[in-house]
Write a protein that binds this ligand. Structure first.
Ligand code: LMR
Length: 395
């Protein structure tokens, strides 16, 4: 049997990290996987997280099972963070999941179990794991136009024209903020237009929000999602604490279902729990316990928000400085779009061959689709990155 397994294609992001580690050049720079690093090149444990860990260690008395839905205090806190002050708050259910990818998969399984012929529309391009997760759940996948490679911004007109063709058996997967990979976000006017289309044509929005706080701040980053959740009868949400709490390895996320009323939402939750039982039974507790504690303690919440704001500001600063360095190197405004992009990533418009040159000739590791992780940079790298990008661009 086992000899018949076809060798699987490597994940383009995770395989890059392995290659990076094996490279012994001193000047190598990792702009691959979406991990935030500080100016010392470290991915810090946030102060609120280590304080929360300490108090859990001091107070926790058992490691007995928590339950299929994970930590309900955490689930409620995630709902509060995203949906407080919307009408959806009264008609949403949530379960804790192993990261946002776990949430994507559980929600995809839920969709497949209730609407087997459903099609999930994903942006072109999108997070590299979106299509594999949806297809692994047996769902059809289609793409909608998103990124304009010339302007490096969202092509709203073409996107809305595509989405106008979606109907009741369609699910539209949107990025809540900080679009991965492009860094180009839809504007509030687009959220409004997509909401109107959902109401008119009956498709269901599915929002993946994995970077809340990294774009324009915690509240601003959820504004589009909130507008939509307030108005549409049904919606799915996958959210993550990997980035905004720096809990990458703890696999901490949540899946939410917004329905016409709370009874339907709770029934969907019961179905999710049945499917979780058959998949991984229960999510890991540690990360959710940490977050639940932070978000239910005023001091810890303040500390977390303050540190998250600093990280967001640092990202904005890195973008500004990289743009300036690129302006100097290229004597042009070709790369000014980097400053307008949001969150960790920007697609810089390089071909896979150009990205390969960045890696082989300059030791700069970034994804072949042209995505660079701004949050992976240190100030000391900026000039080198700008010189390298300019030299590859001129070839
Ligand atoms: C990324 O896009 O780099 C991250 O979200 C890591 C992942 O899971 O792929």
């Amino acid at each position: 049997m086992l000899q018949n397994i076809a060798t699987p294609a490597k994940d383009p992001i995770l395989s890059l990290s392995i290659e990076y580690r094996a490279d012994d050049r001193d000047n190598k720079v990792d702009l691959g996987i979406g991990v935030y690093r500080n100016d010392q090149g470290l991915t810090p444990i946030m102060k609120a997280v280590s304080d929360s860990v300490k108090s859990i260690a001091a107070e926790q008395t058992t490691k007995a099972y928590v339950g299929l839905a994970g930590c309900e205090v955490f689930n409620q806190s995630m709902v509060d963070l995203l949906l407080r002050d919307t009408s959806a708050y009264e008609r949403v259910s949530a379960i804790q999941t192993p990261g946002a990818s776990g949430a994507l998969r559980m929600l995809a399984d839920l969709i497949k179990s209730t609407e087997p012929g459903a099609t999930v529309w994903i942006s072109n391009p999108s997070y590299v794991n979106h299509q594999p997760v949806m297809e692994a759940a047996g769902l059809n996948v289609r793409h909608y136009t998103y990124f304009n490679p010339l302007t490096k911004q969202v092509d709203s007109e073409a996107m809305l024209a595509d989405l106008a063709n979606a109907g009741p058996k369609d699910i539209i997967l949107l990025h809540g903020c900080c679009h991965n990979p492009t860094g180009a976000d839809i504007r509030l006017s687009d959220w409004i237009a997509i909401t109107e289309l959902a109401l008119k044509n009956g498709f269901i929005p599915f929002v993946d929000i994995a970077y809340q706080g990294f774009g324009d701040g915690l509240e601003a980053d959820a504004a589009g999602l909130r507008f939509m959740a307030d108005r549409v009868p049904q919606m799915f949400i996958a959210t993550s604490c990997s980035k905004n709490f720096g809990l990458y390895r703890e696999r901490t996320g949540a899946a939410m279902v917004i329905a016409g009323n709370i009874e339907i939402a709770m029934n969907a939750k019961a179905k999710l729990l049945q499917m979780a039982r058959a998949t991984y039974t229960m999510p890991p507790d540690h990360g959710a316990a940490i977050v639940g504690r932070i978000l239910n303690d005023e001091q810890l919440t303040l500390s977390w928000r303050t540190e998250l704001d600093e990280m967001q500001k640092r990202l904005v600063g890195l973008r500004t400085n990289l743009c300036e360095a690129l302006r100097n190197e290229t004597q042009s405004e070709t790369f000014d779009f980097i400053e307008q992009h949001k969150g960790m990533f920007s697609v810089i418009g390089f071909t896979p061959e150009q990205m390969a040159s960045l890696k082989s000739e300059h030791g700069i590791y970034a994804v072949g689709d042209g995505r660079i992780n701004i949050a992976g940079m240190q100030e000391k790298h900026i000039e080198y990155i700008a010189k390298s990008v300019a030299s590859v661009a001129n070839k």
